[in-house]
Design a protein around this ligand. Structure first.
Ligand code: SF4
Length: 323
């Protein structure tokens, strides 16, 4: 997936398993929330990550940001393995990777003014003087389209969209190289969603920051991403350039997600309907994890797990019978 330039981020065979019972007289069991994920993220790129809730997207985000330790695997940022960092070394590198949260209200401390919220990471990760911090905070608010005069206000004095702008300013404060945006617009009114997506695009043009943009809605992800990864039960089912993947999905699960998108009638795609719920990651189906819900499943699908393989240049798909 990478070009000749080294990738900003390279994720190799990342796994996050949670113990879930078993022990002395029965085999130990694990929830395999992330199970062998690999991908690259290039400098200044937006990579979309989609899947139903419970597919492992948010766990993947937390492990990438070292909010949780992986069970195994590596995350290289500019060639440095983030998974090997501990203590002070990890704290010093934290400025390079930031997060924008789904709920802009819950993620902002209601007792802190906007100024204090934005000053906190600057104090932690930079050696700016108080005057320089004040100037930086004004610049950040300006960059996200808020009046710098609002700096002394508190989160409850802002609308949902404005609060998300504050969350974006906080993530940008220490000039990160990549940001994980975890469902950053799904808690917002539809009318505000496009404004926030457009803000993220303009911020990227100005700063060159790379985004991993997580959402359950393919239409939102398609709008902002250069490439998209589709995740199902802890694994990548399909990845490829955003436009091609949404125009001509190769994995039946991607086709089903697109069929559920509200603007399906505008696309010349056959409708693929999903049946049943996402199976438990504690006891995932054998073979292809999607076989219990796939309308194209054949006998081999329940027995042999398909590898994620390149089915056409730049298109990767984990299916025995790509569409
Ligand atoms: Fe469906 Fe089989 Fe492909 Fe899995 S491998 S997505 S069950 S056709």
């Amino acid at each position: 997936m990478s070009g000749s330039e080294p990738s900003l981020l390279e994720v190799r065979d990342l796994r996050k398993y949670y113990p879930a019972g078993g022990g002395l007289f029965s085999p130990r069991r694990f929830v395999k929330a992330v199970d062998g994920v690999r991908f690259t993220l290039e400098k200044g790129e937006t990579l979309g990550l989609v899947g139903e809730s419970g597919c492992g997207k948010s766990t993947l985000a937390r492990v990438l940001l070292r909010l949780e330790d992986p069970t195994s695997g590596s995350v290289f940022l500019n060639g440095e393995d983030l998974c090997s960092l501990r203590g002070e070394a990890l704290r010093r590198r934290r400025g390079a990777f930031q997060m924008i949260f789904q709920d802009p209200y819950a993620s902002l401390n209601p007792k802190m003014s906007v100024f204090s919220i934005l000053e906190e990471p600057l104090k932690l990760h930079t050696s700016l003087s108080p005057a320089e911090r004040e100037k930086k905070i004004a610049d950040l608010l300006d960059m996200v389209g808020l009046d710098p005069g609002y700096a002394r206000r508190y989160p409850h004095q802002f609308s949902g969209g404005q609060r998300q702008r504050i969350g974006i300013a906080r993530a940008l404060a220490v000039n990160p190289e990549f940001i994980v945006a975890d469902e950053p617009v799904s808690a917002l009114d539809v009318s505000v969603q496009a404004q926030i997506v457009n803000l993220l695009r303009s911020v990227q043009e100005r700063t060159g920051v790379a985004f991993l943009f997580i959402a359950h809605d393919l239409a939102v992800v398609e709008h902002i991403s250069r490439r998209i990864m589709v995740m199902y039960l802890g694994k990548i089912a399909e990845s490829g350039p955003a436009g091609e993947l949404c125009r001509k999905p190769r994995h039946p699960y991607t086709a089903a997600l697109l069929s559920a998108a509200p603007d399906i009638s505008k696309r010349s795609l056959s409708r693929v309907c999903l049946s049943g719920d996402v199976p438990s990651p504690l006891d995932p189906p054998s073979g292809c994890r999607f076989h219990t819900r796939c309308p194209f499943a054949k006998e081999i699908c329940g027995k042999t797990e398909p590898e994620l393989r390149e089915v056409e240049p730049g298109r990767f798909c984990a299916c025995h019978f790509p569409l």
